[in-house]
Design a binder for this molecule. Structure first.
Ligand code: GSH
Length: 229
């Protein structure tokens, strides 16, 4: 049966941009599972499946509804063990939690501010109003002002990625010779920025940019089906 993925979009339903939804898109492709997507704007999230969630991604697989990107990846590996693994075993399930936390703090921590107003510009008017109100309350400043300091913060961000960069000297993916869910966790963040903004968080010759290019090429160029902003 085809799995349904509810994913976040702005004014253009063909441009899903949520980092967490991209993790799941790549995870579904990695498992070789058929899926269809339902584009949902910010103001539509509360109406998904009769009010089942406050966030996306959400998948429906027959009778089963699963919320949260990490839980979805765990569910897919446990439900479809005969397909390529997303974690490479129990240790990978635990270690990928570190990758998730590190990505959230280090990469989202920078990118969330660096493209904050660019996200707003991708949204339909009703979602813009919701996004501005909810995010300005969260960050304690205007979207424009938070984004404005990005150039001054970028060098420190690039330096903070050195452990990932050095690791890529010795192996092409976080998962080793091939990608695992940990790769999709990190790539989701860069894909988010790539789709909503023309801002370049990485230098073009950065090995991390090359790794991200390899992720975009996977699964018949799945990540490139949405053009860069
Ligand atoms: N931990 C969750 C986080 C999901 C999340 O934060 N999703 C955002 C979109 S990127 C969302 O649905 N936000 C709804 C809102 O802000 O109203 C996951 O990984 O699935």
């Amino acid at each position: 049966m085809t799995i349904r993925l509810y994913e976040l979009v702005g004014s253009d339903p063909r441009r899903p941009f949520s980092p967490h939804c991209w993790k799941v898109t790549w995870a579904l492709a990695h498992k070789g599972l058929d899926f269809e997507t339902v584009p949902v704007p910010f103001t539509g999230v509360a109406g998904i499946e009769g009010g089942a969630t406050k966030t996306v991604p959400v998948i429906r697989d027959g009778e089963k509804l699963v919320i949260d990107s990490y839980d979805i990846a765990l569910y897919l590996d446990e439900t479809y063990p005969d397909r390529p693994s997303l974690f490479g075993g129990e240790g990978g399930k635990a270690l990928s939690r570190f990758v998730e936390r590190w990505t959230q703090i280090t990469i989202h921590g920078f990118l969330g501010g660096a493209v904050l107003h660019d996200i707003h510009e991708c949204l339909a008017p009703a979602d813009q109003a919701y996004f501005r109100e909810s995010r300005e309350k969260r960050v304690g400043g205007r979207l424009e002002d938070i984004q404005a300091g990005r150039d001054g913060r970028r060098e420190a961000f690039r330096k903070s990625l050195e452990p990932l960069r050095r690791m890529l000297d010795g192996q092409p993916f976080l998962g080793g010779q091939g990608p695992l869910f940990a790769d999709y966790i990190v790539a989701g963040a860069f894909q988010w920025a790539r789709i909503v903004s023309a801002y370049e968080p990485l230098a073009g010759d950065d090995p991390i940019a090359e790794w991200f290019g390899r992720i975009l090429d996977l699964h018949d160029g799945l990540g490139r089906r949405v053009a860069a902003a």
